[in-house]
Design a protein around this ligand. Structure first.
Ligand code: MV4
Length: 452
């Protein structure tokens, strides 16, 4: 096992990784920007190294500074967390060239899944269901028109380097195709420096269901069930739960078995998530995320498995400690992402936390880097806390989560706790009667803020 791990991240996920390391007896190195000198992760780690100015490009994305921090502290391995450099094949390669272990999959698997067309082709080869669409990048108007006619309208234009919904364009008629393709190409070039595009049939009102997997280098792969992440706003997840209330046990077992077989055949190592659209009983593979995800705690709560510790274990070359038949699912878990934003307008609300009290009690977990007196810097993601509840049933979990949110006191900044309480009180949430578009309407129809 490793002696010392450098965490190339900040905020709640850096704290989460430090906790996993400490329970393994592994020493930790935090890296931080000048804006994060007083941040929880920098205080909690055994050592901290300042790697640059507040701007992510100059600190948390600054590969030479992070490598230098690993060298001066004698770290054995680097954990990238999520976001920042977590899905950069170049970073993983450089980390390994400098003699560190990258806690994640191989650079080859990262870059394969980063190319959304190659990822989809791979999914087809592995026997996973995909959305009908073009099997190659489309170069010109004629190629778009031919492909769209074959697929049938409405279609969705997507960026090959995309993900997270950036650069997508819905097209309902052939007359709109050329203009939409031009817009998508400009957006993709601006966002990813890669203007390659492809087409898919639009799945109009699906759920977003993702399957968690875990694999070692010895060909062992297990699935840890699914998460339902259908509640989103502008491609940012708001609330996630496990299991999905939209699936029955047969569908769950079937998709889980298909995914774990696929991941084993792929020769994948580490934690991963396969994202699907789910509509009318059918699954459609969209993307595979090759990192630990924000919403991993709901899976941990229902399986009792520490995903970050498993990630570290397999990166250290050890075999998985669990087989599929050891994976048991216990009850239900829901996570609310609390952001420092106005709950009606979603304007960011950085500032100083002037009063702080966290909920506790049975079945409640808080993943956060907040503390009383902390100054939330304006430079980073507005996620400040994740409130996760677990209980025997979805109904009991909902009651417990509401209770926890009501106990939570965060003074000095606006948070989305009131929005979460409104969501948990809605009939549609209680009945699981929603698709990926429902929450945006809920926000504009029930909020106090101005309509967009
Ligand atoms: C889709 C889709 C409908 N049909 N693909 C959004 C993020 C990116 N990962 C893919 N996304 C979508 N792809 C087809 N063929 C709808 C979305 C989508 C979405 C997906 C999951 C959760 C929320 C979403 C919100 C808008 C669009």
């Amino acid at each position: 096992m490793f002696d010392k791990i450098l965490i190339a991240n900040r905020g709640e996920i850096a704290v989460r990784i430090i906790r996993a390391c400490r329970e393994f007896g592994i020493k930790t190195v935090a890296v931080h920007s000048t804006a994060d000198a007083e941040a929880m992760h920098a205080r909690l780690a055994d050592e901290s190294v300042c790697i640059g100015p507040p701007t992510p490009r100059e600190s948390y994305l600054n590969i030479p500074a992070i490598i230098a921090a690993g060298e001066i502290t004698n770290a054995n391995a680097i954990h990238p967390g999520y976001g920042f450099l977590s899905e950069s094949a170049d970073f993983a390669t450089i980390v390994e060239e400098h003699g560190f272990i990258f806690i994640g999959p191989s650079p080859t698997h990262i870059s394969l899944m980063g190319d959304k067309i190659r990822a989809k082709q791979t999914a087809v080869e592995l026997g996973l269901p995909v959305v009908p669409g073009s099997t190659e990048a489309l170069e010109n108007a004629a190629a778009f028109a031919e492909s769209a006619d074959e697929i049938g309208y409405p279609v969705l234009i997507k960026a090959v380097a995309g993900g997270g919904g950036r650069g997508m364009q819905r097209v309902d008629r052939r007359e709109e195709l050329a203009a939409a393709a031009a817009t998508a190409r400009a957006e993709a070039e601006a966002a990813f420096g890669n203007d390659a595009l492809y087409l898919e049939k639009l799945v109009a009102a699906p759920r977003h269901i993702e399957v968690q997997v875990l694999a070692d280098q010895f060909g062992n792969a297990v699935h840890l069930g699914e998460r339902d992440c259908s509640l989103q706003r502008r491609h940012q997840k708001v609330l996630e739960e496990a299991p999905s209330p939209a699936l029955d046990p047969r569908q769950r077992e079937e998709i889980g078995a298909r995914v774990s077989t696929a991941v084993r055949e792929l020769g994948y190592r580490g934690v991963g998530t396969l994202e699907f659209l789910y509509e009318d009983g059918a699954f459609y593979f969209m993307e595979m995320n090759t990192r630990i995800q924000v919403e991993h705690p709901v899976t941990e709560m229902v399986t009792g498995i520490d995903l970050v510790q498993e990630q570290i274990r397999v990166a250290a070359g050890e075999p998985l400690a669990i087989a599929q038949e050891d994976v048991r699912f216990d009850g239900h878990s829901i996570e609310c992402r609390i952001t420092a934003e106005d709950p009606d307008t979603f304007r960011p609300s950085p500032g100083t936390v002037s009063g702080y009290h966290t909920p506790g009690g049975p079945g409640v977990r808080i993943d956060s880097a907040l503390y009383d007196g902390y100054r939330i810097p304006p430079y980073y993601d507005s996620l400040i806390s994740k409130v996760i509840a677990q209980a025997g049933s979805r109904e009991a979990c909902l009651m417990r989560l509401r209770r926890a949110l009501e106990e939570y006191v965060i003074q000095g900044v606006s948070t989305t706790i009131p929005l979460h309480l409104r969501l948990l009180a809605s009939q549609a949430f209680a009945e699981s009667a929603y698709d990926i578009h429902w929450f945006e309407r809920f926000v504009t129809e029930t909020g106090d803020g101005p309509a967009p």
